[in-house]
Design a protein around this ligand. Structure first.
Ligand SMILES: Cc1cc2nc3c(=O)[nH]c(=O)nc-3n(C[C@H](O)[C@H](O)[C@H](O)COP(=O)(O)OP(=O)(O)OC[C@H]3O[C@@H](n4cnc5c(N)ncnc54)[C@H](O)[C@@H]3O)c2cc1C
Length: 532
């Protein structure tokens, strides 16, 4: 089966849906998304979206906070672009119907404060911000006559003119997409493709990310010949609830922003020992401090003490977190809650320019899958939802302009060829390999790294990839196998990037190279052309 539209959007989080709504003003849009329409990291975002709206805030302050967090590796033009388009991006969400909390004390919005921000600038909808944004975007896309929203469709691979054997700069032609219910692979042709597949937190054993975050977009783009950048910078969120059934439920940084304090098992507020900003230090500093503290004490977790806050305020400002903690047996207004760090956000991704375009013509990327240069070596809290909207809109503008210039469709490409694949007999292998990759990444490529651990990780991932490759080409594809192959490739790319960086900068900390190199350089990786 073949589908054809002006725009193909892969992913239905904040980036994909923001792009779709703007692009649909010009042409037809197909949005494919694996799992349910709203299942995305966006839907779980709690803290909010940063933008300069407060009377005492300024673009310069937001730019400066972002650059400081990014540890010398941000692309300043990208930072300015996002910050200066922030208020307008937020207004576009409000115009669509997103309801952010209003201030109780003064006219305007209730602006929260988070680690690394020198001002209150985080708009939120209680602590359900992402859910509120996703709800509105999905409703708007579903109601739009030119947008077709297809759930349970997993994109397998991108097709470019290079893959079809044409010389010159590669141009995107579309993608192969599997209907997860029937197992049928469809050919989706489009003039413009937007990758908006989110992050890759599932490469790690402990993560705040939902299951969709298997790095598919990074893997697809890399296999198609696009450059990926700075993948070693995985942000670990310092505070996920430590409970066997909580699956790394996140305790937003806004809780510390409002005054909650981290303590070790003996009750000591340990952060001032590590950083003068104490509990408001940037995430990487806090996550690393917790890691040191846990290694030093041998404890399983540290504790976040919210009892210093007014209980009524906690219940109204953090209703979701308060409720979920109660479900797991912790009343955060009465007792400190156990927390640990977990993989949270990929600062690197598919390299794009200031219009969101990759090195493949007409292939754009936005949101967490992209590396725009905004985050550098570390993301400032609540900058990612903002980046998702700003760059999705920029990519939509650029692609609309492109289509107005050149209207032609790219070359057609053949139907999916399943080859001589047979039904898999041992689906258990897929699960076992997933588990092995995630454990090895957690143990060897985690918060604190070393040359020896990275070398071990490299050897192990190579062996695993050999096995997965064999499996991939011999058996009928399943969504699980598509994700496993991507997860393994992304793990390899993270290991290669971490190995290449012989310094400690931002989120990348290695005991063998604890100093900062004199020059801040990006880690860029580009693939051989053929699929691995
Ligand atoms: C628990 C949590 C809390 C967070 N809190 C905040 C916050 O307060 N503020 C903030 O700024 N950021 C926050 N973040 C980060 C932020 O939510 C994400 O970076 C952002 O939502 C990413 O948006 P996105 O559109 O790029 O991707 P996502 O929202 O993750 O959407 C990705 C989409 O791509 C689809 N997809 C993936 N692979 C494929 C494939 N192969 N084929 C088809 N579809 C595919 C997925 O199904 C999904 O629809 C948080 C993240 C988490 C996990």
């Amino acid at each position: 089966m073949t589908r054809q539209s002006d725009f193909l959007v892969i992913g239905s989080g904040i980036a994909g849906l923001s792009f779709a709504l703007r692009a649909a003003e010009l042409g037809t849009v197909t949005v494919v998304t694996k799992k349910g329409t709203a299942e995305s990291a966006t839907n779980y975002a709690q803290g909010g979206i940063a933008a300069v709206l407060g009377p005492e805030d300024s673009f310069e302050d937001h730019v400066s906070d972002t650059l400081v967090a990014g540890a010398g590796l941000c692309r300043e033009a990208a930072v300015r672009f996002v910050v200066e388009h922030g208020p307008e991006a937020v207004r576009s969400l409000i115009d669509l119907g997103v309801r952010f909390d209003a201030s109780r004390e003064a006219p305007g919005f209730d602006l929260g404060r988070e680690g690394g921000h020198s001002r209150r600038r985080v708009l939120h909808a209680a602590d359900f911000t992402g859910q509120e944004i996703e709800r509105v975007l999905v409703e708007r896309c579903e109601a739009h006559p030119r947008i077709e929203l297809l759930a349970n469709r997993i994109s397998i691979d991108l097709v470019t003119t290079r893959k079809l054997g044409a010389p010159g700069r590669a141009r995107i032609c579309g993608a192969y997409v599997m209907d997860e219910e029937s197992g049928r692979v469809e050919r989706c042709r489009a003039r413009i493709v937007l990758l908006a597949t989110g992050g890759c937190g599932k490469t790690y054993l402990y993560t705040s990310n939902p299951d969709i975050a298997s790095g598919d977009g990074i893997a697809m783009a890399f296999r198609a010949g696009a450059t990926v950048a700075n993948l070693e910078f995985m942000q670990f969120h310092p505070t996920c609830l430590f409970h066997p059934e909580a699956r790394s439920f996140l305790i937003s940084e806004a809780v510390r922003g409002e005054g909650a304090v981290l303590r070790n098992r003996s009750g000591e507020a340990f952060m001032p020992r590590y950083d003068e900003r104490a509990d408001l230090a940037p995430r990487d500093v806090v996550a690393r401090s917790i890691d040191f503290e846990l290694k030093r004490s041998g404890d399983d977790c540290v504790f976040l003490d919210c009892t210093v806050l007014d209980p009524a305020f906690v219940r109204s400002r953090f209703p979701n977190i308060h409720e979920r903690c109660l479900q797991y047996g912790f009343d955060m207004t009465k007792q400190p809650i156990p927390v640990v760090p977990a993989a949270h956000y990929a600062c690197g991704g598919v390299r794009t320019d200031l219009h969101g375009e990759t090195d493949i013509e007409n292939l754009f990327a936005a949101g967490e899958v992209a590396s725009t240069g905004l985050h550098g070596a570390n993301r400032l809290a609540s900058n990612s939802l903002l980046e998702g909207v700003v760059f999705a809109r920029a990519a939509a503008e650029a692609s609309i302009a492109r289509l107005r210039e050149t209207g032609d469709f790219p070359p057609d490409f053949p139907e999916w060829d399943p080859g001589r694949a047979v039904d898999p007999t041992e689906e258990v292998l897929v699960n076992a390999n997933w588990d092995e990759i995630r454990r090895l990444m957690w143990n060897y490529v985690g918060i604190v790294r070393s040359d020896k651990r990275l070398e071990r990780a490299r050897r192990r991932i190579e062996n695993l990839q050999r096995e997965i490759r064999e499996y991939y080409w011999n058996f009928v594809l399943t969504p699980g196998l598509v994700e496993l192959r991507n997860l393994a490739l992304v793990a390899e790319l993270i290991i290669r990037s971490a190995t290449a960086r012989k310094e400690s900068r931002g989120l990348h900390y290695t005991v063998d190279h604890p100093e900062l190199a004199p020059e801040a350089l990006d880690t860029l990786l580009r693939a051989p052309l053929e699929p691995s």
